[in-house]
Structure formats: structure tokens, C-alpha cells
Design a protein around this ligand. Structure first.
Ligand code: SF4
Length: 344
């Protein structure tokens, strides 16, 4: 059977449910790299300059992991522009060139390009470029496989937006299931976690931040529970136009939740050295002052220590509890659950 390796990194967290449905239908077996470990990170970091952002270092490590597993064909797409005049950052756009230049090992790169701006190149051309190296050029088959990809993607999105966790929604979608699951736990505090999917859902990069916050009694909202309309509304509320492809995950998410009364505070997570995010964080910080919403900005790189990360989360959450207690919104006898102690 034909096989393709997909590195768990960068836009993998967005496109995987679609591409998995597509490859399953078309008859190409998908082999995923392993979840990010210390080794993935150090092997990726060794090959790039220090200033490179953490998500790219992780991606390089994920490619090496697939090569070590003996996978010959590795999917390294170039997502240049996903809509007219909406661009990805240069590292995502130039990913195949970056990998070619730093990974000097034997493997074949499957490197389709999606460019809606310069080339007005659509999804079908992107998919054809993906499967051509496997000898598949039947456009009717590609279109049918694309429909199967959208089915899996849409089911995944419905489950994720309902509040199901990422892994569970993905597993269900791959099995062809569509389940709605509501978390009925009463959390005293609600926060919006503002970051890119590859920072939030890579457990090594985010240090399982959602689990940690849940155990502190915090319900976490992200961009991935919002509709496209809500995200656009959020971008507009920060008074700007979308330029970066993944801008809605940052400014759209922050702009929307800043106006949402159930949200007690915001936490942003950005990678050290990320140019686009530093500009967006600047605007989010200014706006949060205007809305008087507490904000914690966290920067991550490969040296970020878990103990320091937890301390900052705890201090922020503790401040939110105190603020609520002072307004008599939380029972005075309420305290963060004993689970918090597990992280001290
Ligand atoms: S947007 Fe930032 S974090 Fe993401 S790949 Fe580009 S530089 Fe790295």
C-alpha cells in the first residue's frame, strides 16, 4: 500500500482531519510522527538557528522522527496564502525549502503549494500535487476524496466546538463518529486561552496548559470553539484587517472574548521570536486594558521550565479568584481545588 508520513507540527493541527479523510478515501496509508518529546525538540533545535521559533523547531524534529521510522514520503506542504491577500508567516510559507536545507537525510518530500493570492491556485490543484507522486491523477477521484476529507473535518469541528477535547474529537472523527459531549463541571473561573493551535495542542509546547487550568477550577475557552463569524467579529472589535492567515486564532479570539462577560481573564501563549504574534500581542494588551480584563502573556521556547510556567499560571488564577471573592461572586469559602497542590 502507498504510504505517506505526516509530521505532527504547525498546521497539522488544522488540516489533519481533512487530509486524513482524503488519504483514507484515496487509498494512501497515513503514518504520523510520534507526539513531541524532549528528543523531538532537541533534534529539531540542533538543525536550525537559535532564533527560530519553537513550533518550527518541533516541526523539524517531527520530520526527523518520521525518517527514523523509515518513512520515505513525507508531507511538507507550503501554505502560502489561504485566501486572496491573506498570507501565512514566511516560515510556514517556506517550510519545504527550510526542511530541504536543514534535513540532509534520504527521504522524498511531498510538497504541494496552496496559494490563493499570487496563483489563485485552489484546493483541487493542491490535492493533485499531493497525490501525483503516487501516480494518482484522476480528478474525479480527487474530488470524491476531497468530499470525504470535508466530512471528516466537519465532524471533527462540530465535536471540538461542542467542547470535546482535541484528541477525543479527532479519534471520533477518524472512526466516522459524531458525538456531542458537554462538560457539566461548574468551574468558578473562565478564561480565554489565546494562541495558535500548534502551541495549544502540542502537549510538550503548551505543557498541557488546558489540563493544568482545569485542575485549578478554570474553564478554558479557545478560538476553536468560535465560528468564523465570531472570529471575524473579534478581529473587527480590535479595529483591524486580517493580514496573517492564522490571525483570527489570536486577535479574532482575543477580540471576541474580551467583550464576553463570562470570561474573567485572558492568557496568551506565543513563541519566542514570533514576529506576527508580537504585533498582535501588542494590540491585544492595549485592548485588554481598555476592557479592564486581566491578561497574562506567556512566551514559550525550548528552555521554558514547567515549574516557572505553573507558578505564573497559579499566580494569575489566584488573582482572578481574589478579584471574584472581593466582588462576592465566588463563595468566600471557595478555594482552588486540592489538585492545584499537585503542581507545586
Ligand atoms: S506565526 Fe510565529 S510561531 Fe508560527 S511559525 Fe510563524 S514565526 Fe513561528
Amino acid at each position: 500500500m502507498k504510504k505517506i508520513g505526516i509530521p505532527r507540527g504547525l498546521l497539522f493541527y488544522n488540516f489533519y482531519p481533512f487530509m486524513r479523510g482524503f488519504f483514507d478515501y484515496i487509498g494512501i496509508e497515513v503514518i504520523l510522527s510520534d507526539k513531541t518529546t524532549k528528543k523531538t525538540l532537541s533534534s529539531g533545535s540542533e538543525l536550525v538557528v537559535t532564533e527560530t521559533c519553537l513550533p518550527v523547531k518541533i516541526f523539524v524534529g517531527q520530520v526527523l522522527n518520521l525518517i527514523d521510522k523509515g518513512v520515505e514520503n513525507i508531507f511538507v506542504p507550503s501554505f502560502q496564502s489561504i485566501a486572496p491577500k491573506i498570507y501565512n508567516c514566511s516560515k510556514i510559507r517556506g517550510l519545504p525549502d527550510l526542511i530541504r536545507n536543514v534535513v540532509k537525510k534520504e527521504f522524498k518530500m511531498i510538497e504541494p503549494t496552496l496559494d490563493k493570492s499570487a496563483k489563485n491556485q485552489g484546493l483541487y490543484e493542491f490535492l493533485l500535487e499531493t497525490v501525483k507522486p503516487f501516480g494518482i491523477m484522476d480528478m474525479e477521484l480527487i474530488k470524491r476524496a476531497s468530499k470525504a476529507g470535508w466530512r471528516m473535518y466537519n465532524n471533527f469541528q462540530v465535536m471540538l466546538k461542542s467542547g470535546m477535547n482535541y484528541e477525543k474529537a479527532l479519534t471520533n472523527a477518524i472512526k466516522g463518529k459524531l458525538l456531542i459531549e458537554k462538560d457539566l463541571t461548574e468551574y468558578p473561573i473562565s478564561i480565554a486561552l489565546v494562541s495558535h493551535c500548534y502551541n495549544i495542542y502540542d502537549e510538550r509546547a503548551s505543557m498541557k496548559v488546558i489540563d493544568k487550568l482545569n485542575k485549578m477550577g478554570v474553564k478554558v475557552y479557545t478560538a476553536f470553539q468560535l465560528t468564523d463569524e465570531q472570529l471575524q467579529e473579534g478581529v473587527a472589535s480590535l479595529g483591524q484587517n486580517v493580514y496573517w492567515a492564522n490571525e483570527t486564532e489570536m486577535t479574532g479570539c482575543a477580540g471576541y472574548y474580551l467583550k464576553d462577560n463570562k470570561i474573567d481573564g485572558l492568557i496568551t501563549i506565543t513563541a519566542f521570536g514570533c514576529g506576527p504574534d508580537s504585533l498582535m500581542i501588542e494590540r491585544i494588551t492595549r485592548k485588554s486594558k481598555q476592557f479592564k480584563k486581566p491578561l497574562l502573556n506567556l512566551t514559550i521556547d525550548e528552555h521554558t521550565g514547567e515549574a516557572g510556567f505553573i507558578t505564573r499560571l497559579e499566580a494569575f488564577v489566584d488573582m482572578l479568584y481574589r478579584k471574584k471573592r472581593s466582588q462576592n461572586i465566588v463563595e468566600n469559602n471557595f478555594a482552588p481545588t486540592s489538585n492545584v497542590m499537585e503542581f507545586v
